[in-house]
Write a protein that binds this ligand. Sequence first.
Ligand code: NI
Ligand code: MN
Length: 230
Amino acid sequence: IKAMGMKLRYFSHSSFLITLDNGIRLLIDPFLDGNPTSPVSAAEVEADYILITHGHGDHLGNCVSIAKRCDALCICENELATYLASKGVNAHNMHIGGAYSFDFGKIKLVQALHSSVTPDKECVGSATGILIFINDKVIYHMGDTGLFMDMKLIGELVPIDYLLVPIGDNFTMGIDDAVKACSFVKPKCAIPIHYNTFDIIRSDPEDFKHKVEEKGINCQILDFGQEINL
Ligand code: NI
Ligand code: MN
């Protein structure tokens, strides 16, 4: 029996859309309007669930408007979920270390070395990474983070298929730290994110790919707008 498949579409920055074969759509960090590299506007995107790594504007993005229009359930860290609920959005509160099963699969939040404040200056708890378990696949979206040793532990607890890893430097890991992160997590495939959206996070994904493949880890660079089958 073939497991249900899914598609992964990269909108640029940290934003993705996962579409399952059964039609369920998971939107991640929907920074679309105001993102100079996004091939789609917020109004063009449909979602059943929205996963948010933290409250910064380049991740929360158009979450509230999309969630309201699509009646989507937002899944994120506790204080951010409470903030979203206060904006009239359906939200599921979680926290770091906890997992919960939904109709599409399981979500577990993990640590990220970063902060979490909304564009309207509400402090909303901790930034997170997100482990997404769908059928036999595990995707680890690292969110915004610096390098930390426990990435090794996360990779030991769960074999990671796809690691979505920030390489843009300045606010997150740059290429060298991102390569080290990959050697800690040991994913089947690394996908670079959070680069070239703005000049301040300019980074060469080909340089990252070269360096991470030297460590024996596959890397796939996704064009902004590209969709792949997982
Ligand atoms: Ni951030
Ligand atoms: Mn960011």
